[in-house]
Design a protein around this ligand. Sequence first.
Ligand SMILES: NC(=O)c1ccc[n+]([C@@H]2O[C@H](COP(=O)([O-])OP(=O)(O)OC[C@H]3O[C@@H](n4cnc5c(N)ncnc54)[C@H](O)[C@@H]3O)[C@@H](O)[C@H]2O)c1
Length: 352
Amino acid sequence: MPKTRKTKIGFIGGGGISRTHMRYMAEMGDVELAAVADVSEAALNQCSKEFGISHCFTDYQDLLKIKDIVAVTVGTPNGAHYRPTVDALAAGKDVMVEKPMAMTAQEAADMVKMARKCKKLLVIGFQHRFAASAQMLKRAIDKGDFGNVLYARCQALRRRGIPNWGVFGRKDLQGGGPLIDIGVHMIEVAHYLMGSPQPVSAYGSMYTYLGDKPTDTVCPWPDWDYNNYTVEDLAVGMVRFANGATLSIEASFAAHIGKGEWTFTLMGEKAGGQFDPPMIFKDDAGTMVNLTPDWLPNTDAFRHKMRHFVECVQHRTPSDAPGEHGLLVQQMLNAIYASAEQGREVKIKPLA
Ligand SMILES: NC(=O)c1ccc[n+]([C@@H]2O[C@H](COP(=O)([O-])OP(=O)(O)OC[C@H]3O[C@@H](n4cnc5c(N)ncnc54)[C@H](O)[C@@H]3O)[C@@H](O)[C@H]2O)c1
């Protein structure tokens, strides 16, 4: 029997999310975890110990020189997404970059342009669009059951969950706080289900009241680095799209609410639906009904995202989470922050 050649993947970043990438790819019989690059020797040692990766580099340019590596994932902090991504594309690699794809919309647009120029895949690490409940809503929307989707109300709210690892409290390295870190998850999937419309304007407000101080409250992930906390605790934003639809987002690492929320609700002309718990709201035979699925597959959306990337690389097929979608999401995130800074609604122009 001829041995099938494995697809060689490199990893730029060897921290938490990159090791999750490795864990899922290590399960795949047709993938080789070929090399990892991280500025931290400790992170490299951990990757090599956990996954037996022998090619470890402190400079990702050395990884990019390995010809057999056809694709890379980028799992560095947000401020280190742009450079490795464009360099990897220029080196002829397909790229999956973690969310959010960049720090600014201009960076995101340049990444999309580079992928087109190099004829390489640029995939964004959005996984929630692959969740069973998102796919349930997509089937109903595609069938026309909702009519036009007019409004998406997105919530990514933790009562208390300020990351105490990485650089999630550093605006200079991450671009923002809960909006760009967790709000992005609900925005990407709701926007995808709305048909990925072009955003045209945004309004936003940001509040910091807790993360920049020590706490004596018993809570998950205490001991965050409050001395270097320069991001918001709570973000509220609203986006208008070229097709007239609207999206709102509430995102927080520390909201004074009864319980956390990780969901969105879509309101269409003919029906609506929500992500979690999955439900569809419609009229049927003269009655307003709430439909709850009897059964949905127990899909691991993250596993699906990783497999989808590998298959796009192997079969040269377009991704369901392309750079173009990442760019539109980035434009929304950056415009909400800009609006909060300027204290007024800001316009968003198409890029790329
Ligand atoms: N899709 C998801 O559900 C999900 C979940 C968590 C994190 N993320 C994203 O993954 C990214 C990283 O988050 P994390 O939790 O893994 O952070 P982390 O701090 O655990 O890991 C980041 C790693 O990148 C390394 N690094 C920093 N600059 C580098 C550079 N220039 N070159 C090479 N390595 C560099 C750091 O040393 C660190 O090991 C962020 O963009 C975050 O938004 C996505």
